[in-house]
Design a protein around this ligand. Structure first.
Ligand SMILES: [Zn+2]
Length: 376
């Protein structure tokens, strides 16, 4: 890995030499020593045989553009020894930047900063659910961060915590950028499908910053599919090495999500906190007021998230509280309700208007991306 990084750094150095027309441009380097910062820059240079004075000069020059205390084992270096004399130059690669240090006039060091070349590629995967989305996608080689991105794409239409059933089919295509050492530095879902017994067929393709289904309609809508959000909960449970499959019950004009005490609760829509406090049998309760006369309530909480009090504005997906069992409750669960104009609504049945769409060539591109997804 470090060798590849050093190779790429050398290419960059070559370009710099030749473009600068420096006298040493035609001399090939004799030896490269490279590695990562498992120790400090000073320790690395000492091990490379740099004397005290040179180490001090190198550190001083580098620290003009680079915080040396921030260097981590994922950052790499390459020291290049030339064919003649004690002359040395140095690369440090961090945060997709190459810091190239070389001796200039009168023994001072010059520093150039060049962006690391990122190459892009694409990949795809598909499968059928056995047990959970997380396990099925991991088993097919989908990186964890991308599983969360995939769940985010469908967060307005699929609740991956309660609606996943064995045999459901999924597919996704993604793009990623890799640095010269082969490390993935960016990734993005380009098309996705979820076809489930509970959910029906859901599709998505990326277009100019949003996601659209095969009718060309935006996936984004006023309400998230559930107040327990897959990304938030997965990161909460990942620390405990458990990937949850939750259940919900409908004992009244609302939904009870069975979830362990402490599970994070998210706002399903943009809005304002109209109440956060104890309310009889509801125990600790949060009420959010949204546009269109909608109101959502979250009951039996163990505690509120920081800053949640009446008057506070929240955005869709924001952490507002944690699941508990306060008030009249037989065990930890979230009591979630939706009302409009004071009247209870069935949250799982309401039809949302899509927030917009694409047509013409853009829609054709969206459809083509969805059709190109792999079949299971
Ligand atoms: Zn309840």
């Amino acid at each position: 890995m470090a060798g590849a990084a050093a190779g790429a750094a050398l290419l960059a150095a070559g370009a710099l030499f030749f473009s600068g027309g420096r006298p040493f441009s035609s001399e090939p380097p004799l030896r490269i020593s490279s590695g990562t910062f498992s120790a400090s820059l000073d320790a690395v240079l000492k091990a490379e045989g740099f004397d005290d004075g040179t180490r001090h000069k190198v550190s001083t020059a580098l620290s003009k553009k680079l915080n040396l205390r921030r260097l981590r084992p994922e950052d790499s270096y390459a020291v290049v020894y030339s064919t003649w004399g004690p002359f040395k130059y140095l690369f440090v690669t961090r945060d997709l930047q190459n810091y190239f240090l070389f001796p200039g006039e009168g023994g001072a060091y010059s520093l150039s900063v060049l962006p690391v070349q990122v190459s892009t590629a694409s990949s795809k995967a598909s499968g059928a659910i056995k047990s959970s989305l997380w396990e099925s996608m991991s088993a097919a080689g989908v990186p964890p961060a991308l599983i969360l991105d995939y769940a985010d794409v469908f967060s307005w239409s699929v609740d991956f915590l309660t609606e996943v059933r064995d045999g459901d089919k999924w597919a996704l295509a993604w793009e990623y950028g890799a640095d010269p050492a082969g490390r993935v530095v960016s990734q993005k879902v380009t098309a996705a499908l979820y076809d489930g017994g509970e959910t029906g067929r859901k599709t998505a393709a990326a277009h100019s910053g949003g996601y659209y289904d095969e009718k060309g309609e935006s996936l984004r809508s006023m309400f998230l599919r559930a107040p327990l959000h897959y990304r938030r909960i997965s990161s909460y449970f990942t620390n405990r090495r458990f990937h949850p499959v939750l259940k919900y019950f409908r004992p009244h004009q609302g939904i009870d999500y069975a979830a362990p005490s402490g599970t994070p609760v998210s706002a399903v829509a943009d809005g304002t906190v109209s109440f956060a406090g104890w309310k009889g049998g509801n125990g600790k309760l949060v009420i959010l007021r949204h546009g269109g006369g909608y109101e959502t309530t979250y009951g039996h909480l163990s505690r509120y998230a920081r800053g949640i009090r009446a008057g506070k504005r929240v955005s869709q997906g924001d952490l507002i509280a944690y699941v508990g069992s306060t008030g009249l409750s037989s065990g930890p669960h979230l009591d979630f309700r939706l009302k409009q104009g004071g009247k209870p609504l069935n949250f799982l049945k309401i039809k949302y208007r899509s927030s917009g769409g694409v047509s013409g060539k853009a829609r054709e591109a969206v459809i083509a991306a969805i059709r190109a997804l792999p079949a299971e």
